[in-house]
Design a binder for this molecule. Sequence first.
Ligand SMILES: Cc1cc2nc3c(=O)[nH]c(=O)nc-3n(C[C@H](O)[C@H](O)[C@H](O)COP(=O)(O)OP(=O)(O)OC[C@H]3O[C@@H](n4cnc5c(N)ncnc54)[C@H](O)[C@@H]3O)c2cc1C
Ligand code: FES
Length: 259
Amino acid sequence: MSKKAVTELTVLENLPCGRNQSMLVLQGEHDLLPVKPGQFVNVEIPDNKEVFLRRPFSVFRVDEERRLLTLLVKDLGKGSHSLMQVGTGRKLNIIYPLGNGFTFPVTGDRPLAVGGGSGVAPLLFLASLAASAGIKMDVLLGARSAADHIPVNTVAEDIRCFFTTEDGSLGASGLVTDHQVMKQLDSYNRIYTCGPLPMMKAVAALAKTKSVTCEVSLENLMACGFGVCLCCIEPTVEGNQCVCTQGPVFNVNDLLWQI
Ligand SMILES: Cc1cc2nc3c(=O)[nH]c(=O)nc-3n(C[C@H](O)[C@H](O)[C@H](O)COP(=O)(O)OP(=O)(O)OC[C@H]3O[C@@H](n4cnc5c(N)ncnc54)[C@H](O)[C@@H]3O)c2cc1C
Ligand code: FES
């Protein structure tokens, strides 16, 4: 198991990033622990007495040199809403890095990442590290409308990113599963997906029909984040597993999904 830390990071920036979404840039006082794409941090929510439990957030970006760790926070409820109000200079208590990351693609792979909602951060982190390693990963992101996407210029230039919107205001009109890329799944050998459950199931079902390896990152509700409270259980072929420690990334063949 990789080393974990309970630590305080300082909010360097908390910037609006698309409708009802913030980019939260946190800075460590000391060097950060290594974080793999797909791993997450469990954040203590400040200034809200109603939210006792930490909330898990995937890592979006790491800048080791400047000791920066960036999260994308969508306003989904009380905890995320409070985080979006946190001012610069404030210290946030986090436990990290938690869970297991995605299988990193290797040279020669043709990977595709498909995401939406709060699942965008880990996929863009993966695509960015893959690009740095010389592996081109296509990314397909879906949302209701253009304003719900992260701003296009937030996506690193070396990532080929396709967008879909349900109202046609950015990219192709419709759901990610309607996009042309999904009709060419034969040209990929690895698919990664994270986002709303119906989207991940639909992507996994298409991957299955083409026998393409598919990893999904689950966002089951969590509390402790390190395997103690058992509130994040997912049934798998190996029995019930904690998503926080055995996941959040799973090969879809290991899940008992009806797809
Ligand atoms: C491994 C992991 C990684 C995550 N990464 C991110 C991330 O990068 N960015 C991000 O914004 N969020 C992420 N989430 C979701 C996040 O942890 C919280 O669940 C979410 O912010 C809602 O918490 P809340 O306190 O705001 O809402 P609550 O007040 O706890 O809930 C409000 C409502 O939102 C619903 N809800 C809770 N979680 C979700 C969800 N994931 N999607 C849709 N509806 C939900 C609840 O059922 C409830 O109806 C991740 C979750 C997990 C498990
Ligand atoms: S969140 Fe507590 S066991 Fe997974």
